[in-house]
Design a protein around this ligand. Structure first.
Ligand SMILES: Cc1ncc(COP(=O)(O)O)c(C=O)c1O
Length: 396
């Protein structure tokens, strides 16, 4: 189906609805995007009501809106409402899923070179504590994930395939749909880190065919910091260990037994920040109203344009490789440290970030990168902003 391109008029409207766009040129959307004003107002208004009417009383008043977050997120990723758990960030979401798996000595985890640091640490933890083996499938020379090598690496010991869709410090992407097909064919648990993906590119858990998927709110979804969610396929929920519970996650308790809820909210605890939860819901609604396919089309356009403009500037090396690229544009400036580039751009009211080697350890070490400059574009950025970034970089 033909995607209806976001018009110039719509861009101006989205910018008018985002007060931060008037203050700065924000290319740190992979760190934390500028939230729409309506998201901020939702959070602030809710906190004010709590202060005046009481926390539980305000929760009661907004119970329908708070419950509605689950169907909204379910729509965003094509899941069912009972497959979503709200958590504080992507690392918690991913950790609940990963640490819920019962590993034994000799089990094998397969991952890619793009895996995020949180996840890598957890792999090393079960490697050291439980004798689980880790296999890393490296990208080929062109920066593409070799699916045939994944297929060849699978053995009866393979317990889990875990990949990060969009890495923290590179513009390439991992083919999660194709990997999902392989995981399903071999009946292997499949965990996807979609932290940078949600709100940037359409994410469809049925198409990906993953068992678990983790997301944060503050990045491309434009939600407040301290929000995130976990998707767990219904059929897999009973297979994951629960390592903490309260009366919300296990509402049936007697002195003989307790029973967890029969939905993904068993992975949550009762107490959470309701103001932020509502803010997350607003942000999801905002993205759905625009259409994530339209957002993705614009992000690709801006990122491609930025890469080609950067390539024309003397002394700049763009590092992104691979056939499929996203809104994260990574580069370095000859003779100038990434942090210094970021600081100099900051003086001109341009936000970029520094991608550290630790964040994507395997990929960065393989490419001998200790850090990179990361300019991550969102749909509300403009061509004029790209031009301004390039002008400042050329002046460096
Ligand atoms: C690819 C990826 N996965 C996971 C995370 C962790 O997200 P959070 O900080 O919300 O735990 C990040 C954060 O930058 C990330 O880039």
């Amino acid at each position: 189906m033909q995607i209806k391109t976001i018009t110039e008029q719509e861009i101006q409207q989205y910018r008018a609805e985002t007060r931060g766009t008037a203050e700065r040129i924000h290319f740190n959307n992979a760190g934390s995007a500028l939230p729409p004003d309506v998201v901020v107002e939702t959070v602030v208004n809710y906190l004010n009501e709590e202060a005046v009417f009481g926390g539980y009383e305000t929760e009661f008043k907004y119970s329908a809106e708070l419950d509605n977050i689950y169907p909204l997120i379910a729509r965003l990723i094509n899941a069912n409402d009972d497959e979503i758990a709200l958590v504080e960030n992507a690392s918690t979401a991913w950790g609940i899923a990963f640490n819920g798996i019962s590993f034994k000595k000799g089990d094998v985890i397969i991952t890619s070179e793009m895996e995020y640091v949180t996840n890598l640490i957890s792999f090393l933890n079960v490697q050291q504590s439980q004798g689980v083996e880790l296999k890393v499938i490296a990208n080929d020379e062109q920066g593409n994930f070799p699916l045939h090598e994944l297929e060849a690496a699978i053995s009866p010991q393979t317990k889990l395939i875990a990949v990060t869709h969009i890495p923290s410090t590179a513009g390439g992407m991992i083919p999660i749909v194709e990997i999902g097909k392989i995981a399903r064919r071999h009946n292997i648990l499949y965990l996807v880190d979609a932290c940078q993906s949600a709100g940037q590119i359409p994410v469809d858990v049925r198409e990906i065919d993953c068992d678990m998927l983790s997301v944060t709110g503050r990045k491309y979804l434009r939600a407040p910091r301290g929000t995130g969610f976990l998707y767990v396929r219904k059929a897999v929920q009973d297979k994951l260990k629960l390592f903490f519970m309260d009366g919300f996650s296990a509402p049936s308790v007697s002195m003989e037994a307790y029973r967890p809820r029969d939905d993904a909210r068993r992975f949550e605890l009762y107490e959470k920040n309701r103001a932020l939860t509502l803010g997350l819901g607003k942000a999801v609604e905002y993205a759905l109203d625009i259409g994530v396919d339209r957002i993705w089309q614009r992000i690709q356009y801006l990122a491609d344009l930025l890469r080609s403009q950067l390539q024309n500037i003397d002394g700049i090396t763009v590092h992104d490789i691979g056939d499929q690229k996203c809104g994260i544009v990574t580069f370095s400036v000859k003779g100038i440290d990434s942090a210094a580039v970021k600081n100099k751009l900051g003086e001109k009211h341009i936000n970029v970030s520094v991608g550290k080697a630790i964040s994507t350890r395997i990929y960065m070490d393989k490419n001998h990168l200790s850090s990179i400059v990361r300019a991550s574009v969102h749909y509300y950025n403009t061509e004029e902003e790209l031009q301004q970034l390039c002008t400042e970089l050329a002046a460096l």
